[in-house]
Ligand binder design. Sequence first.
Ligand SMILES: [Zn+2]
Length: 458
Amino acid sequence: MSMNFSALGRMVRRFPRLHLALSAVLAITVVAMALSPESGESHSQRSQTVTLPKPEPRAEAGAEARPVAARETAPTPAPARPAPVAPEPDWIELEVQSGDTLSALLQEHGVTAAQVHRLVNGDDRLAALARIRPGETLGITLDDQGELNALRYHPTRVQTVKATLGDDGRWQVKSETREYQRRVRFAEATIDNSLFLAGHAAGMSDNLTMQLANIFGWDIDFVLDIRNGDRFRVLYEELYLDGEKVGVGNILAAEFWTQGRHLTAYRFETRSGDADYFDSEGRSMRKEFIRTPVAFSRISSRFSLGRKHPILNKVRAHRGIDYAAPSGTPIKAAGKGKVIFAGVKGGYGNVLILKHGQRYSTLYAHMRGFARGIRVGSRVNQGQTIGYVGMSGLATGPHLHYEFRVDGVHRNPQTVPLPKAQSVTDNEKPQFLVRAKRLEAQMTLFAEAATLASSNVL
Ligand SMILES: [Zn+2]
C-alpha cells in the first residue's frame, strides 16, 4: 500500500465530492467536540516556569572547596551579553545557538569548565547535556556567589530533567515526564476510491489511517478486498501539550463494514501492560501468524500437492509458495517462535525453520542470508526480520519459498486457517466488557451527532 501522498492532494482536488464530504466532516467534528463527554484535560500536568525557592546557602566546606579564585580566573564578562546580576534566585533561560557548546554557554554566566565537567558527569541523565542542539533551551540558577546551583533542560518535549546542587556538593537529579492531554475524536467515512483518500476526507492523518489498516489488516486485505461503499468509524485520541495539538494518539475503537461483514475492534490494556485490539467478545484482532511473511511483487509458484502422474511419473509437488521479490527484501517471522534450523539445505539454499509452539512450523528458503543474531535457538517475535530474499540453492530468480506445516503436514500458506492470537483472559474479561460497552456507547453518541450535523449542513 505504498502511496505517493503528494499525489493524494491532487486526487482529492479531482474528486470534488470529497471536498463536500470533507467540509461536512469538519462541521461534524465541531459538533462532536461540543458533545464529547470525554474531551478535556485529563491527568494533565501543567508545566509552568518554576521559580525555585531562594537557594539555601551552601555548607561552608562546599564553599571552601571552590575558592573565589575560580571565578576570578574566569574570562572578563563578554560585552555582548550583560553579566548576570549576582544574587539571582530566578531561572535564567538560555537558548542554544548554532555552534554553542554547553561549556561555552555556561561560561558566559561565570560557570567554570570544571563545574560543567562535574555537572555532565554527575548523573547519566545529565550526560545528554553534552550533546545539546541549537534551538534547545536550558534554565540555570546561580547562588549568591554567582555559582551554578541548579539546571533544568528538556531532552524531549515532554521530559524535564532538573539537577540541583545539594548541600554535600553533589548534583541531585530528578526527571519528570509530562502527560499529554488526550482528547477523544471521532471520524467516519465511506470509501469511494481508497482507504487513504477516505481517511484524508475525514480529516485523518496518514498515521491514523495506517493504524486503522493495521488493526483490521488481519481480516481485510486493503489492496484486494476494499470496495466502493465500504465504510468505517473510528474513535481516537488527539494529543495536546499546553493547548497545542502535537499529534495523534491511539485508536480507541474502530468499526469497519466491508462486503457484508461488520468488524469491530476495541483497544484494551491487559494486566501485563500490553495494549492490543479485541473484538466485542474479547478475541484478539490479530492472528498468531502473518499470512504473507514478505512484501512480494508476484506469486511465482503456488502450492500444489501435485500427485505423481501415474504414467509419466513426472509431476512434482510444490509444498510451499514462491513469492518473487527483489533480492535483499526483508523476510519477516510469520509468528512468534524459535529458530530450529538455520543453514544450507541442498537445492533450498539458505534455509530457516521456525517452530511456533507444539503444532506449527514455518520454513523460509533461498534466502540471501540471515538477519543479525539469527541462529539455532534464537527466539523471534512475529514480524521480526529474520533474513533477506535471495536465490541461494536452485532458483532461477530471487524469491522466497515459504512453507507452513501444521502437525508436520504441509498446508497451503495462502488458505490454511490461521489461529487467533491470545484473547482477553477470563480474569480480565469482565473489565474488558465494561470498557468495550463504554467505547461503543461513545462511538454511537458521536455517530448520532455526526448524522445530525450532516443533515443540518447538507
Ligand atoms: Zn518454491
